[in-house]
Write a protein that binds this ligand. Structure first.
Ligand code: GN1
Ligand code: MG
Length: 370
């Protein structure tokens, strides 16, 4: 056990008045931005038997989230609203410190604690039922928040899904090339730039007022849904850091580029990377089952394309982070951000050749559930 980290987690637990002796911890390494740990405490269950009670302890990445206090304010409002709408559903609950805050912040490290939900998550799944359940959960998430006033939410990361600005940042950083890395990724950069107009479709339509603004999750990787280990039902949607005003296509597209890829998002097996139409269909069916009745024509008509948009957007972000020196995303191996970029590009290319089929599937599901 990493003793320094164990001591740190224990100190955080003390701020949040967590009772019982600290027993153990393990890192949950699926997230690419925050640091997440499951911390176990020993509890006397009243019968003289000891049992383990677990908590989810997170260190928020303040390089990514520049105003973590505003972020926690968003999360408080959203979790409270969801709980009021669905009192019997599993929900996230953030613990309070002795001074009634949902965080401890020493000016440097920002920590928070929430309930641990015994569950399983999936990075990829070829199980159509699991994908369908995840899609319903994300669709439902938007529907629950349909009545929530978006003006109450701060932008925790401004221009998060502004694809035009993502491209502008990439172009600027590539021109500055602070670490002389652009020479290693010329081909990737050129391909992405050649796709700029197609990739910016959602942003441009949003700017022209052609797509409605909703309260969206904005980070809909399938591993942000917790599933019951027994029944594979979706229990709860997690990772609410980016719940902000956004477009339906942001949630649909991000989920598809992650879940319907034949490979993981950082696979080096590029000949296998590509869009699995069966998974896409299962996701579209689950998502539209919940959302089709409220979606506008322009939203339905751009939904398939949104998956291509999000694959390109992620590629620009991974590539920009590589050029900047890997400051944003956690990297777990050499060239990790380049590997991620290549995988998203391979996926985006494959989607281009399947867009008609994807669009036909979306329209059919929308018709079925409208
Ligand atoms: C980050 O932290 P995580 O893994 O849920 C990122 C997403 C990316 C994703 C790519 C706040 O999500 O936008 O799609 O990595 N979240 C943030 O794996 O930037
Ligand atoms: Mg996240």
């Amino acid at each position: 056990m990493d003793e320094i980290l164990a001591r740190k987690l224990q100190q955080v637990g003390e701020h949040f008045k967590i009772p019982g002796p600290f027993f153990n911890f393990e890192e949950i390494s699926t997230g690419n931005v925050n640091h997440t740990y499951k911390a176990d405490y020993i509890r006397d269950d009243g019968t003289g038997m000891a049992r383990i009670k677990s908590y989810l302890v997170q260190r928020v990445n303040t390089y990514a989230f520049r105003d973590p206090i505003a972020l926690m304010d968003n999360i408080d409002k959203v979790t409270e609203y969801i709980h009021a709408q669905r009192p019997n559903q599993t929900c996230l609950h953030y613990h309070h410190t002795t001074d009634r805050k949902t965080y401890v912040f020493d000016g440097d490290e920002f920590w928070r604690v929430c309930n641990y939900v015994p569950s399983v998550t999936y990075d990829t799944s070829d199980n159509l039922k699991i994908v369908h359940n995840a899609a319903e959960a994300f669709g439902d998430f938007q529907m629950i928040l349909a009545g929530f006033d978006a003006r109450e939410l701060s932008y925790t990361i401004p221009d998060f899904h502004n694809t035009r600005k993502r491209y502008a940042t990439l172009i600027k950083d590539a021109a500055e090339d602070p670490l002389d890395r652009v020479k290693n990724v010329r081909e990737e950069l050129d391909w992405l730039l050649s796709m700029q107009e197609k990739a910016c479709l959602l942003t441009d339509m949003q700017d022209k007022g052609e797509l409605p603004i909703r309260v969206t999750h904005n980070d809909t990787k399938i591993n942000n849904v917790l599933f019951s280990p027994e029944t594979d039902e979706a229990l709860v949607v997690i990772d609410l850091d980016t719940v902000m005003p956004g477009l339906v296509g942001h949630d649909f597209g991000d989920a598809v580029r992650f879940a319907a890829n034949f490979t993981e998002e950082d696979s080096e097996n590029l000949s296998r990377t590509g869009l699995d139409l069966n998974i896409f269909w299962a996701f579209a069916d689950g998502f539209l089952k919940k959302t089709a009745p409220v979606l506008e024509k322009n939203e339905v008509e751009t939904l398939a394309h949104s998956a291509f948009v999000l694959a390109c957007e992620l590629a620009t972000r991974f590539l920009d982070d590589y050029i900047q020196g890997d400051k944003y995303f956690k990297v777990k191996k050499d060239n990790h951000n380049v590997i991620r970029t290549r995988c998203q590009i391979a996926l985006a290319k494959d989607m281009l050749s399947k867009l008609d089929a994807m669009d036909a599937i979306v329209r059919r599901c929308a018709e079925k559930y409208k």
